[in-house]
Design a protein around this ligand. Structure first.
Ligand code: ADP
Ligand code: MG
Length: 730
């Protein structure tokens, strides 16, 4: 039997693009058809019920049983009308993927007949076994049960499978004792806290604002690889990344992939992904090639943050399913290939008011610009205050490869503002001294603040090396990993901003009580924040070594590994900010911390095992086979009495192969020992650190020698698809 690699290559070369046709040339004809959105609810529900549902969706109030009954009936009628046979509570447990358990829409009547059924209790609440999901020991204390509860602020939708359709109801997932076990519940709590903190601040500027919500637009980067080539790589299959692979002679150095023409097979995949997303109300709008070969990106129009996070989880699921139809595997791992750019998920975040104003977009009067500056500076202050927590919010075994590597936002939290806005902040810092301002100074400052929108119009400043950058009317958290659930990082960001806004309001109120005018008090407090948070502002190249030195001087942390960075989740400061704002209690934070460490350990453990297996079962045998060929050749040449120089090169290769094999074997054995030692460590944090420092330490050595062998061994007998073969889409 030929080597799997060659069969895979052959089929990948012969693939034709899959033809895809949209239901209609006009998106408006099919956008959101599979969503029980406002429009459909208003059609299926009485006006009174609809109103109550909308109120509880926007205000987070409880839905009473009668309303739930009517909504359940309407939802079922709509879903069954579209051919759905099952329903499921759809939630986002801490595994990082989405979870669903399908129940059929039928019940048995007393006399044993099947009737279509879906009760309000099935809509509102279900009880999956919490012990089968990550729970950080929470289940041990009480019961294993957990329950999912409907989130009426995210509409139900229908997932179309190859054989049948399922009604999916977005839910939160909590333990029976009330601790949150998912990404959605804390996010909803953080949004609630943010709204409560931001409205009073908005009221300084506009009395009509009754609520504030976050908006989020998520740019999703990903790689595509032919499914057969993927299947021939056990490392990709088991860990999501290649543990071995010599760099291709041509990588991304010619910079010919970014925004390049999209290969037909990929274009078909993208079209189908867009169609299916749009049907589910995910407003995908942008697609393009990314920097690395076979890397792409898609981005939706921004939405309310809760919906945006749900939609991104759904999108990742869709990508996976649709890629299969196109004989691709989608790689969401942050770093599938060494030496080639990794993938992130830029979180474009802003705040919006009930009056439709983007709070991070400057207006056209000094007053509205003071409002802009207030939210702008408070966000900077919050990130400065909780920089380590922000860093921890994006920590994972896979994102470690990206952060700080010379291509992605570094592990040092800094904020990029652009030259002009930095100048505005510097100006404020200079002009509002502790003394009272003169009327001239006030006028000058007002004038300057009034000029902000003009400034931003020609602000073409972009900084791709900053983990947190202001981009005109929003902040972009660029360090989030491509496979992450954004709810995690967004819970942190919204909580710390909420907390900061509360502090700001308190400080301003304090000054106003002492008789200061509110505008002046606001400026005074902002100035203080500008000074205090100054050292997190960085406009230069975040990838450079210079920045590492400079950051150190400034006292900014550069925590490059996950186990240590996760400490920030259980620090006193974090416990306080989450506790005060009712997002997480101590127990929940400790549980989450444990889950994240556990996940880290498991990921490295799996990689380590796969590495040993592939090296032992695939690489070493291939190298020996080739070496044997060389030996035979040398023997033959000696037999016919050829001079020494005719087989000197072969002998050299034989030696080289043996040397590499010896090192690989030795390091694999030592790594197993290191694993055993690490496993014996009881304290989970120390165990995670041991996996990071002691076990993972072998990866580079083993890889180095395997990759050297790849360059020596006969191409005919090399078992794994090579980088060049995988990143070229034919
Ligand atoms: P870029 O140049 O960074 O690609 P885009 O304007 O294309 O910027 O926006 C990237 C993402 O940011 C898109 O998903 C977009 O919808 C989103 N975005 C734009 N405005 C906002 C906003 N006010 N709040 C949140 N996201 C936004
Ligand atoms: Mg962007």
């Amino acid at each position: 039997m030929a080597i799997l690699r060659f069969r895979a290559l052959e089929s990948s070369i012969n693939r034709a693009p899959v033809q895809v046709t949209a239901p209609s040339p006009k998106v408006s004809d099919y956008y959101s058809v599979n969503v029980f959105d406002r429009e459909k609810m208003s059609k299926y529900l009485s006006r009174e019920v609809f109103k109550q549902l909308m109120e509880s969706a926007s205000g987070g109030t409880r839905i009473d049983r009668k309303v739930a009954e009517l909504v359940a009936a309407a939802m079922k009628n709509w879903a069954v009308g579209l051919g759905a046979t099952h329903y499921t509570h759809w939630f986002q447990p801490l595994t990082g993927t989405t979870a669903e358990k399908h129940d059929a829409f039928f019940e048995l009547s007393d006399d044993g007949r099947a009737i279509e059924g879906f009760s309000s209790s099935a809509l509102v609440q279900q009880e999956p076994d919490a012990s089968s999901f990550p729970n950080g020991g929470i289940r041990n204390t009480f019961e294993a049960r957990g329950y999912t509860a409907w989130d009426p602020s995210s509409p139900a939708f229908i997932m179309e499978g190859v054989s049948g359709k399922t009604l999916c109801i977005p839910t939160i997932f909590v333990s029976y004792t009330g601790e949150t076990l998912d990404y959605k519940a804390p996010l909803l709590k953080a949004l609630h806290a943010l709204n409560q903190a931001a409205v009073p601040v908005c009221q300084y500027f506009d009395k009509n604002v009754t609520s504030v919500y976050s908006t989020l637009g998520i740019e999703q980067e990903y790689f595509l690889v032919d499914i057969d080539l993927f299947n021939a790589r056990p490392d990709l299959e088991m860990t999501g990344r290649t543990l071995f692979g010599a760099t291709a002679a041509k990588g991304q150095q010619l910079e010919d992939h970014y925004f390049g023409s999209i290969p037909s097979r990929v274009q078909s995949f993208m079209v189908e992904l867009e169609i299916e997303s749009l049907k589910l109300g995910i407003p995908l709008k942008t697609r393009h090639n990314e920097v690395a070969p076979s890397q792409f990106e898609c981005a939706p129009v921004f939405e309310d943050i809760n919906l945006a996070v749900d939609h991104n989880s759904l999108l990742m699921d869709l990508m996976e399913k649709i890629a299969r139809k196109h004989h691709f595997k989608v790689l969401l791992h942050e770093k599938p290939y060494a030496g080639i750019n990794g993938s992130g998920k830029h979180n474009n975040w802003s705040l919006s008011t009930s009056t439709g104003k983007n709070l991070l977009s400057p207006g056209n009067s000094p007053k509205s610009n003071l409002q802009f500056l207030t939210f702008f500076v408070n966000t900077i202050k919050a990130v400065h205050e909780h920089a380590d927590l922000m860093r921890a919010s994006i920590a994972s075994a896979s994102n470690d490869h990206r952060l700080g590597a010379n291509e992605a936002p570094p592990a040092i939290m800094s904020i990029f503002l652009g030259g002009q806005l930095s100048a505005v902040l510097d100006e404020i810092e200079k002009s509002v001294k502790d003394k009272k301002m003169t009327p001239e100074e006030k006028t000058a400052l007002k004038l300057n603040i009034g000029k902000i929108p003009e400034i931003l119009l020609d602000n073409t400043d972009r900084n791709r090396t900053s983990p947190f950058a202001f981009t005109g009317n929003k902040f972009e958290f660029r360090a989030v990993g491509s496979s992450a659930n954004c709810g995690h990082a967004m819970t942190v960001l919204n909580t710390i901003v909420a907390d900061q806004l509360k502090k700001f309001h308190d400080e301003v109120e304090g000054l106003v009580k002492k008789g200061m005018k509110s505008d002046e008090a606001i400026l005074k407090v902002l100035r203080k924040y500008i000074v205090e948070s100054k050292n997190i502002r960085f406009e230069g190249n975040g990838y450079g070594d210079e920045w590492k030195k400079e950051a150190k001087k400034r006292g900014l942390n550069n925590i490059t590994t996950t186990p240590v960075s996760l400490d920030a989740f259980v620090s006193k400061k974090t416990m306080e900010v989450f506790g005060k704002n009712n997002i997480f209690n101590h127990r929940e934070l400790e549980a989450r911390h444990e889950i994240m460490l556990e996940t880290y350990i498991k990921k490295i453990q799996i990689e380590s095992r796969v590495m040993t297996n592939v090296a032992t079962n695939h690489i070493i045998p291939a190298a020996i086979k080739y070496q044997h060929l060389l030996v035979k050749n040398v023997e033959g040449l000696m037999d016919i009495k050829m001079p020494k120089e005719t087989y000197a090169a072969q002998v050299e290769l034989i030696k080289e192969i043996s040397a590499h094999l010896a090192i690989i074997k030795k390091n694999c054995d030592d790594m197993v020992e290191a694993r055993k030692k690490a496993n014996a460590i009881v304290d989970i944090r120390s165990r995670a650190i041991a996996y990071c420092d002691k076990v993972k330490a072998y990866f580079d050595v083993i890889r180095y020698h395997v990759d050297k062998l790849e360059l020596i061994v006969d191409d005919e007998s090399w078992p794994l698809p090579k980088y060049r073969e995988m990143v070229t889409i034919r």
